[in-house]
Ligand binder design. Structure first.
Ligand code: SF4
Ligand code: SF4
Length: 650
């Protein structure tokens, strides 16, 4: 018995339950070249175009942006940024009708192209030298989300760390009318395979399985040629059946493995990515080109030129329709997506987003309005067609009854909303619409339940905290009361107070009195006064001894000037003034003493004129040393000598 891998290598295919064969109607666009749309007047770029959260806006109204410049940031793992598809000016950041079945408005950046198509700087990576982290960062920063329609962030799938047996590339474009992937493969198979190489470096799978429907022979041949040099890359042509492009259905087709209810493909060692995603990964890594555009099938009998168009993300649907020769019909509708899973657009300003693969504008004959809904006749045709092996009629019953427990029991959330059941229903019951509403209600109830649970947890935590604090307060008060009671009993309460006061006083005594500036100044002033008093005493003594007056005055001046200069920064101005007055008095007294000395010397000279020199010298001991006195004495001596000589001559 060959192993599973050997069977896969041998080209064996399996089948899945149910499925339908609606008319494919792909011939309108399949063999035409890809048209390139002229630059639109406005681009409407929703912040969130994927499963996850929107990034933070990086631009402001009126700002000019370059082609490829990020408009939002990827600041968490579930965020995928959006980029400017061309250069231009941000005209508005406001709500705009969303490309969603609900048509609810969502925040959208409106960009006015300037026609220059000016790129930002680009930095391609070298696959051989780039590590996994830089590759994953590049994939995320390039804003790549699953382009098969789900919009799951590609970097999360490519960054899975669990062992991967098979990397499946989904090129099965099973929904009628749509040929966008077919056209992409025909023109870009080599780039797609380069993208698969990058994904293989990240995931390291045992084998790569590329599934493509057998009604696309040209695309299949292009893929086989591009993969011819790759080992363990297998292109498999699967039978045309709807919905063989569903994730679980294709896994079963290619590997005979079933993904258990509520589980993910990685849980059985499989990762699946769309062929358009692989192409976008190659552009991001090898050309540093973010996800700015995609191929959209614009088809339907109301168009004169249905074709595949390369459209910038954010292009209004009306521009694509005009480009393809749209002739609006009364009561006509425009569908985003295919006829099985698409939804009718509320208006034509809705933009093309990353997951848009088809715009269908059918005529009334081509896709007539559904008839009136009849009662279920329990024919079970829906169950036979369901590829997820569900019981659609039971789901319908419980959806109408709004019974979430029963819906959960019947695995409502395993429904892939393929529409096969509604397609076969003879009562023309829009089954998928019922399921979508039921899912939305259950999700809302779950959100409310989570919120209520969180609120309850917060309330209980608050109550517990308050109770805990109350118990702590009571315990503290009880301890204090017991301590007081004990103190009163032992009579030591007053002693304790006295002891405490004593401790405070002792502590104060131990602490050195803080030397304030004022006390310091008072001390210096007192020192000054003391110096002044000493100076007065010295001066009085000098008055008693005239010869020492000048010396004393100098000392006094030194005493009065030196401290004043040095301490002028710290003493009060009044103290400095008194010192200056004292110095002035000292100088006056010194001057007076000098005058008295001069008078005394004159008196001595006069006396010497009548005395012997020896007597003069005795009466004036300083004459011997004083040059003035010595000169006077010499003059007197010469006069006496002359007088004596004259008397001797006579
Ligand atoms: S829409 Fe859901 S219930 Fe109906 S066939 Fe598809 S998977 Fe089954
Ligand atoms: S196919 Fe329609 S009528 Fe028949 S069982 Fe299902 S829901 Fe009822």
């Amino acid at each position: 018995m060959p192993s599973l891998f050997q069977q896969i290598q041998a080209g064996k295919l399996w089948d899945f339950h149910g499925g339908v064969h609606p008319p494919t109607r792909k011939a309108q666009t399949a063999q035409k070249p890809i048209g390139v749309l002229p630059l639109p007047d406005r681009l409407y770029i929703p912040l969130r175009q994927h499963i996850g959260v929107a990034g933070h806006v990086l631009v402001s109204k009126g700002q000019r942006v370059l082609k490829g410049q990020p408009l939002t940031s990827a600041d968490n793992s579930m965020a995928v940024p959006v980029h400017a598809p061309t250069s231009g000016t941000v005209m508005a950041i406001a709500e705009h009708t969303s490309a969603h079945p609900s048509a609810l408005p969502e925040i959208t950046i409106t960009l006015v192209p300037d026609g220059l198509d000016e790129w930002r700087s680009r930095y391609p990576l070298n696959l051989a030298t780039s590590d996994k982290l830089s590759l994953l960062e590049r994939i995320q920063e390039s804003g790549i989300a699953g382009m098969g329609g789900a919009g799951f962030p590609a970097h999360l799938k490519a960054g899975l760390t669990q062992p991967v047996d098979y990397l499946i590339i989904n090129a099965v474009e099973c929904e009628p009318y749509i040929t966008a992937d077919d056209a992409l493969i025909q023109e870009g198979a080599i780039t797609i395979v380069k993208g698969i190489d990058i994904l293989c470096k990240l995931l390291n799978p045992k084998a790569v399985l590329i599934g493509i429907e057998d009604d696309k022979p040209i695309a299949s041949a292009a893929l086989k040629a591009a993969c011819s040099q790759r080992e363990h890359y297998y292109v498999r042509d699967v039978p045309t059946k709807y919905p063989s492009g569903g994730e679980k259905q294709l896994i079963q087709l290619l590997t005979n493995k079933e993904v258990p209810a509520g589980r993910r493909p990685i849980d059985i060692g499989i990762v699946m990515l769309n062929v358009g995603t692989a192409f976008a990964v190659a552009q991001a890594v090898l050309d540093d080109q973010p996800l700015l555009s995609r191929i959209v099938t614009v088809t339907g009998e109301t168009l004169s030129q249905p074709q595949n168009v390369l459209a910038l993300i954010g292009t209004p649907v009306s521009d694509l329709l005009t480009f393809c020769g749209y002739q609006q019909q009364t009561a006509g509708k425009v569908i985003m997506g295919g006829p099985m899973m698409g939804f009718t657009l509320p208006d034509l300003t809705v933009p093309i987003i990353k997951t848009t693969n088809c715009i269908l504008a059918p005529s009334q004959y081509e896709l007539p309005q559904p008839g009136n809904e009849l009662d279920c006749i329990r024919c079970s045709a829906c169950a036979d067609a369901c590829p997820a092996s569900l019981l659609p009629q039971q789901l319908l019953w419980y959806s109408k009854a709004k019974d979430p427990a029963k819906l959960d029991e019947y695995n409502l959330f395993d429904c892939i909303e393929c529409g096969a059941c509604a397609y076969v229903c003879p009562s023309e019951i829009p089954l998928v619409q019922y399921y979508r509403v039921a899912k939305a209600e259950i999700r809302e109830q779950q959100r409310e339940a989570v919120k209520a649970e969180q609120a309850k947890a917060r309330f209980e935590a608050r109550n517990a905290r308050l109770e805990r604090e109350k118990q702590q307060r009571m315990a503290r008060n009880q301890q204090l009361a017991q301590a007081r009671e004990q103190a009163q009993k032992t009579g030591s309460n007053s002693n304790a107070v006295a002891d405490a006061l004593a401790r405070i006083k002792a502590k104060k005594a131990e602490q050195p009195a803080p030397a304030t500036n004022r006390e310091q100044v008072l001390a210096e002033r007192e020192a000054k006064k003391q110096q002044a008093r000493e100076y007065q005493a010295a001066k009085a003594a000098a008055n008693q001894q005239p010869d020492s007056v000048s010396e004393t005055a100098k000392q006094e001046q030194a005493v009065s000037s030196e401290p004043t200069v040095n301490e002028s920064a710290t003493v009060e101005p009044a103290n400095a003034k008194s010192a200056a007055v004292a110095a002035a008095i000292a100088r006056a007294k010194a001057k007076k003493a000098a005058q008295a000395q001069a008078e005394q010397q004159e008196t001595i000279v006069e006396a010497e004129q009548t005395k012997q020199p020896e007597a003069i010298e005795q009466s004036s001991p300083q004459a011997a040393t004083d040059p003035r006195k010595a000169a006077i004495a010499a003059a007197i001596a010469r006069a006496k000598a002359k007088k004596q000589a004259d008397s001797e001559k006579s």
